[in-house]
Design a protein around this ligand. Structure first.
Ligand code: NAP
Length: 439
């Protein structure tokens, strides 16, 4: 563990000077006096490790701080701030710092989702703490509320809109009536999407964040592979219009839920998918690129954390707060705190989760079709709560679009029922199946 000599400046190493790193460096330099006061000791930014010394930067920073020798920089530092992203070399460098007893501040959700157990272990070995408030929802404080403020409560469910790009796209389709392709183009133009948008639109980014949140909420390590993940690419604009007519908004949700609470079979399930959220749920009012995390706790009740889930300067706020807290801990000589996943809840398969469903079918518009569909649903014990039928405009022979909202049914049952519906001769296609969350 780093020991601090009174009066000596804490040596800070920054790895990365991209969107978040450059803003963090700027503030570490510009607000040095103010932040030192909050820490109770001076600090010095001793270097910034990057890949290319001559790359253009978002802000002007002293050239003499830049280096490509990250390991040398880490070895000279008291605290390391990792803002490179990705798995390697970030993992090796973070573990190197932790094993040397140096606290690490990181915003790296992809790395934590994949290797948090190993990273926390490296910290335990070195007596150093990992600070990662920015890794789940950027500027929104949610790690410490789950880890500290709610540690005495029992969390039932966490529902998060944790990917701003997909929220922007779905919100634009819903509120401006544009198509998925138009919304994707617009999001790309406005910089909401990366050059390779796969991580966002296929739900992988949200799943990484869900893993991190679930671990804290349920004191149980949830491996990334256990998170059922669906993105927004198979959604159609019509599904969003149907949802609106029925009193819902479609959102890409990260859901972590306690199942079978209070029984010996208690378990946790974590999943990411586009889902229908009732219009009057607070998450339905999260527009544009904003993020929000809705926490249902046994005693505290419902809590919502809302704000910017991305952005270099916004994220630097959380990174700097972690830095101040890490530095204060070192100055006080307080022991490091470690995350313990000590509840060991069983990780439940999504087949165990029950929800209401929106099933969209294209069917032949003939007498008897509804009866056939009702019979399949009844055999699966799935009851219907709403049904809408409309003519298919572009059908060559008479066709209809059927939107069925069901009452609660387990995922496993519903999947079997949907497969049987798809096999009915009168069903031309199963257009989509979405769950309802937040009721
Ligand atoms: P970025 O803009 O891509 O910047 C990455 C930085 O890391 C660049 O300065 C790059 O150096 C440096 N780097 C990459 N590989 C390196 C290597 N092998 N050796 C040395 N330096 C290397 O990334 P970012 O958007 O700032 O994101 C940083 C982290 O914050 C990621 O973990 C990300 O998930 C997380 N995060 C970002 C946001 C956001 O809104 N951007 C929000 C929340 C969390 P060069 O400049 O020389 O290429």
């Amino acid at each position: 563990m780093t020991t601090h000599r009174p009066g000596a400046p804490l040596k800070v190493a920054l790895l990365g000077a991209g969107s978040v790193g450059a803003q963090t460096a700027r503030q570490l330099i510009e607000r040095r006096e103010e932040l030192s006061q909050r820490i109770g000791a001076p600090y010095e930014l001793i270097g910034i490790a990057v890949r290319r010394l001559d790359a253009p930067r978002d802000v002007e920073l002293p050239a003499e701080l830049f280096t490509t020798d990250a390991e040398g920089l880490i070895d000279r530092a008291d605290i390391v701030i990792e803002l490179i992203g990705g798995i390697e070399p970030a993992r090796t460098w973070i573990e190197r710092a932790l094993r040397q007893g140096k606290d690490v501040v990181t915003a790296n959700k992809a790395l934590l989702a994949a290797h948090q157990v190993e990273i926390f272990q490296a910290g335990r070995e070195g007596g150093a703490e990992t600070w990662y408030e920015a890794a789940a929802a950027a500027a929104i404080p949610i790690i410490r509320p789950l880890q500290d403020s709610l540690v005495g409560d029992r969390i039932q469910r966490v529902l998060g809109i944790v990917n701003g790009s997909t929220n922007y796209i779905l919100d634009r389709i819903d509120t401006a009536g544009i198509t998925m392709e138009e919304a994707l183009d617009e999001a790309r133009r406005l910089g909401y999407l990366e050059a390779d948008p796969t991580a966002d639109i296929e739900g992988h980014d949200a799943a990484a964040k869900a893993t991190i949140l679930a671990g804290l909420a349920f004191h149980t390590h949830v491996p990334r592979e256990a998170v059922h993940t669906e993105g927004i690419t198979r959604l159609t604009g019509e599904q969003l219009v149907d949802a609106r007519r029925d009193g819902f908004v479609v959102k890409l949700l990260a859901v972590a839920e306690r199942l079978h609470a209070g029984t010996p079979d208690e378990a946790v399930n974590v999943r990411v998918y586009p889902a229908l959220v009732p219009h009057d749920h607070p998450l339905a009012a999260v527009h544009g690129g904003k993020n929000a995390i809705f926490v249902e706790a046994m005693d505290a009740g419902d809590l919502m954390f809302y704000g910017a889930g991305a952005g270099g300067v916004e994220t630097s706020s959380t990174v700097l707060s972690d830095f101040v807290l890490a530095a204060k801990r070192i100055v006080r000589g307080a022991p490091a705190e470690f995350i313990t996943f000590d509840a060991h809840l069983r990780i439940a398969d999504i087949a165990e989760v029950a929800s209401s469903w929106q099933i969209t079918l294209h069917v032949d518009d003939q007498p008897g079709v509804l009866e056939q569909i009702a019979a399949v649903l009844a055999r699966g014990d799935v009851s219907v709560r709403a049904l809408h039928q409309s003519a298919l405009e572009d059908a060559q022979v008479d066709g209809a679009r059927l939107v069925i909202i069901t009452h609660h049914a387990p995922e496993g049952v519903l999947r079997r029922v949907v497969a049987l519906l798809g096999d009915l001769p009168a069903v031309r296609s199963v257009v989509g199946v979405l769950r309802v969350e937040g009721e």
